[in-house]
Write a protein that binds this ligand. Structure first.
Ligand code: PXL
Length: 260
């Protein structure tokens, strides 16, 4: 299941998640949290889905179809985060949950009220199997500026201390590096995941796609490190196959699989 927002431009959010789910052989269910008004240039507005409808979508699926793994993306407000956390704890405890703490679009447009950061940290992170912040989200969540290996480790420790079983600090926004190492931490050991950096202005939906592919791998029974390794390879191929669309940032392309 993806618990996330809709992107009218089709590049990120639920639309990206469902593409990756389908191409990885997973039946995707949805709990929509918000509807964004956006295109390749930016997010103009968003509308939050009422709390009982967000909770109702999770309950309806969990009580009938069953959920093997889920991810969260854009959750918009502290109220929606609280509602997702409460419903998850009551109905899905023990099921793998990937929390991608989406705060803003790649254009810098807000997708989460700033007052909701503490709800993410206090209510959702403790329920997460894995959290997958990028470096901007790391700064907002734990106030650490990741600039090198040492600060990336410090950030992983600080995120893990908030309660998830695993923390993945994504290095994609690391300016000083040719590579984009992601660092995984389970409270004891660090593991690095490397992939060649792909030079493109078209990587809208990359973070969502990484979290979606990780969720698929967890649904298929992979361990967290194996799921992250698989997802890193998957998103790198999706970024390699990204294409221009509209006047701004084009989407990553999970459909590369069909064109091969
Ligand atoms: O890529 C993060 C993201 C997640 N969810 C929605 C989005 C975006 C980025 O724009 O629009 C709905």
């Amino acid at each position: 299941m993806t618990i996330a927002g809709s992107d009218s431009g089709g590049g990120a959010g639920i639309q990206a998640d469902l593409r990756t789910f389908a191409l990885l052989g997973v039946h995707g269910c949805v709990a929509m949290s918000a509807v964004t008004v956006q295109n390749s240039v930016g997010v103009k507005a968003f509308h939050e889905i009422p709390l009982e409808i967000v909770a109702g979508q999770i309950s309806a699926v969990a009580s009938d179809i069953g959920i093997q793994a889920a991810k969260t993306g854009m959750l918009a407000s502290s109220e929606i985060i609280g509602c997702v956390a409460q419903t998850w704890q009551a109905e899905c405890a023990g099921t793998p949950l990937v929390v991608d703490p989406v705060c803003a679009s790649m254009h810098g447009d807000p997708l989460l009220h700033p007052s909701a950061l503490s709800a993410l940290r206090d209510q959702l992170f403790p329920l997460a199997t894995l959290v997958t912040p990028n470096l901007d989200e790391v700064r907002l969540l734990v106030d650490i500026d990741v600039v090198d290996d040492r600060s990336q480790r410090e950030a992983a420790r600080a995120l893990h201390a908030l309660g998830p079983q695993w923390a993945l600090v994504k290095g994609g926004h690391l300016k000083s590096s040719d590579a984009s190492p992601d660092l995984l931490f389970d409270g004891t050991e660090f593991q690095e995941f490397h992939a060649p950096r792909v030079a493109t202005g078209h990587d809208h939906g990359a973070g969502d796609t990484l979290a979606a592919a990780t969720t698929c791998a967890l649904a298929h029974g992979f361990s967290v490190p194996d799921a992250v390794a698989f997802a890193k390879t998957w998103v790198t191929e999706c970024i390699r196959a990204a294409y221009p669309l509209g006047h701004g940032h084009g989407p990553v392309n999970a459909m590369f699989r069909l064109q091969a």
